[in-house]
Structures are given as structure tokens and as C-alpha cells.
Design a protein around this ligand. Sequence first.
Ligand SMILES: Cc1cc2nc3c(=O)[nH]c(=O)nc-3n(C[C@H](O)[C@H](O)[C@H](O)COP(=O)(O)OP(=O)(O)OC[C@H]3O[C@@H](n4cnc5c(N)ncnc54)[C@H](O)[C@@H]3O)c2cc1C
Length: 383
Amino acid sequence: MSAAGLVIIGSGPAGVAAAEAFREHDADAPVRIMTEDPDPPYERPPLSKEYLRGTTDDVALHPADWFAERSIELHRGTVTELDVTDHAILLGDDRMAYDALVLATGAAPRPLLVPGGERALSLRSLTDARRLREAATGAKTAVVIGAGFIGCEAAASLAMRGITVHLVAPDTLPQEKRLGSDAGHRITDLVTATGVRYVGNTSVREIGSHSVLLDDERTIEADLVLAATGVTPNSDLARAAGLRVENSLIVVDGHMRTSADDVYAAGDIALAHNADAGRAIAVEHWQDAADQGEVAGARAAGRTVSWSGAPGFWSDIGDATLKYSAWGDGYEHSRIVDHDDGFTVWYERDGVLVGVLTHNADDDYDLGGRLIVEGGPAPTPVR
Ligand SMILES: Cc1cc2nc3c(=O)[nH]c(=O)nc-3n(C[C@H](O)[C@H](O)[C@H](O)COP(=O)(O)OP(=O)(O)OC[C@H]3O[C@@H](n4cnc5c(N)ncnc54)[C@H](O)[C@@H]3O)c2cc1C
């Protein structure tokens, strides 16, 4: 590799893991991470959990000298152009050459397109989290819009601070469309156990200065409003550079290679081929972003590795931990099995297990992860 070395765009788990993996295999070539985030790399998962509850301030991904020790440079700023023909990027006025490039630009919160939507806070970066925690200090009431995992976690964390929280979403039950009604009922129980009031079957029509108007004419008081309404992949750079992009995701093979020479993509931004699934899947999970980044970095350093394993993540709603592992591209049938203090939901498609959701059932979670990869049926009949 020449003096240009590896350039990475994005300082989330995919970008940092790519830098680390590359450096493990190449001690000499420059490694530069470009990031528009003003904070040193940090963990996002605690931002809706311990950080929002106020029980931790330390979310650093690595100790301060970790990057210097590995000769990994961090450059602040927004990359505005990618020239795949010349192997160069533009950061501010600086044009920088690369030998290999990893796009790990992640995703950004989707704006809430209702009158007053700009009043709603969002939660993606540490800057967002600081703003939200500040707003929570002194707030008596809050509305969280969107009942995905981040919405449920944030609503529970705000309620644990003593705030009266309404969680508003179009589903009758949280995540019913994605995970089914059995899971929806159990998630409702976990969220409401923290004091959160779930308001389903409705959406937000307008956000006022201290209230939220719903489309069924109800008004809910809110000192703070958090929009947890999903994310949009940051794929503009890739699209403008002519890379293959589908549904706003950069298409990569199992080695995280994009359609352009020497350009890789990893993490939330990638639609990646998974060796065990035998198809391309999209995931928005921390560990999978890091795993894909590791593949991209090792591959850029000349190693032959590919992305495999069942994607998954853990979610903390109040004091309860949910564990979910799935290919994430749909199921036909599901079956819930209740345990003394938890539950397991098995998800099947075409007679094979494609997902498992557990609460206090770690053996099922481990078994499910293995069966998903092996392509076996669920251990208990699902229909
Ligand atoms: C509050 C919260 C809680 C979460 N909890 C969990 C959890 O419990 N478990 C789990 O598995 N997942 C969780 N996630 C999801 C997880 O954090 C993401 O899947 C993961 O961060 C994706 O990593 P990434 O590296 O692909 O992208 P990101 O982490 O989004 O990083 C993208 C980086 O690219 C930078 N960037 C983008 N465009 C440019 C540009 N043009 N120029 C320069 N820099 C740019 C950004 O500033 C950022 O540094 C959570 C997410 C949030 C927001």
C-alpha cells in the first residue's frame, strides 16, 4: 500500500473496527478516520439507557490514547465528495487520496414532518443525548414518538427519572408489525412496568410549545418531545459517487466490497451479503456494524474474510433485558413460550428458524442463534 493508506468515513463502531482490524494486519500504512462528530468515538447503546437515566457519563469507546497508540488519526469534518476514479475524498477544502476507503457513515434520525416537528428532539449522537438529558432535567412530562427499541428504551429511562411519559405510536402494541402481537403484549408490559403510558393506534398531528396534538384530537402535555421515528442511511456521498445503492443502502458483497474498486462499506449503511444467510441483509445493530467493519478493515489489508453469523442485539427496557437474534427480513409464523419470569418467541419461515426474541431465557437465545445459522426448525413446533 502507498503513502495514501486507508481512509475511513465515520467514527461509529463500523469505522473504528475497520481501523483496528486494518492496523492489526498492516503496521505501517496510514489509517485516517474522518468524522463529523465533535466527540471522540463513543458507544451509542447507553445513550437511551444508563446515560439518559443519569447513571453514567462515561460512554467512551476507547481510552483517550487508544488511537494514538495505534497511529490511527482522527480528522474532524464532513466529507462532501468521493471521487472513486481518482481515489480521493474532499474534507472541507482538503483533498485527500486513499488507497482503500471504508464508508461507515451510518444513519441519521428521520425528521418529523408535522407542524412543530422541529421542536422534537432526536437521539443519535452524544450531542443529541446531552441535549435530551438537559431537557429531561426539570421536565415533568414527556412524549416519546415511536415505539421501536430506542423509543421504548428512552421512554422507560425518562420514566425512571420520575417524568410522566406517554409513548405514542401507530401500532396497537409496540413493534407489533415487526415482532407480532405476542411480543407486542410482552413489550407493552415491560414498558408500562416502568410507569410509561402507551398510546397506540394513533399518530402525532402537531407539536405545540408544551403539548402534542394527536390525530384523534387528544392533546398530551409535554415539557419535552422525543422523536424516535427511525433513521435514514447516510448514503448521499455513495450515490453521488456512482456506487450501487439500493433502498438508500450501499450494496456490498460478503467481503464488504462495494461496486467501486478499493471502496468498502460497513455498518448501518450497508446492504451486505451474509455467508450463513446466503443472501444480502440489512441490519442496524452495534455488534454487527463492528463485525462488518472488522471484515472491511481486514479485507482492505489483504486478508480474505467474510461476514457471517446471525445478527442480533440486546435491549434494556427499564431493568428488563430483551435479546433478539434474526435475519430481520421477515417471518411467516411465530410462537411464544412463557417461562416463570420471562418468555421466548420463535420465528419461522419456510420451516426454518429465522429469529428468536427472549427475556430471561438465555439458553433459548443461544440455541436460537445456532439454529438460525444452521437453518434448522424451531425446537418447539411454531404452528
Ligand atoms: C440511542 C441509541 C441506542 C442504541 N442501542 C443499541 C443497542 O442497544 N444495541 C444495538 O445493537 N444497537 C443499538 N443502537 C444502534 C447502533 O448504535 C447502530 O447500529 C450503530 O451505531 C451503527 O454503527 P455505524 O458505524 O454503522 O454507524 P454510526 O454509529 O451511525 O456512525 C456513523 C458515523 O459516520 C459519521 N458521518 C456520517 N456522514 C459523514 C460524512 N459525510 N463525513 C464525515 N463523517 C460522517 C457520523 O458522524 C458517525 O460518526 C442504538 C442506536 C442509538 C442511536
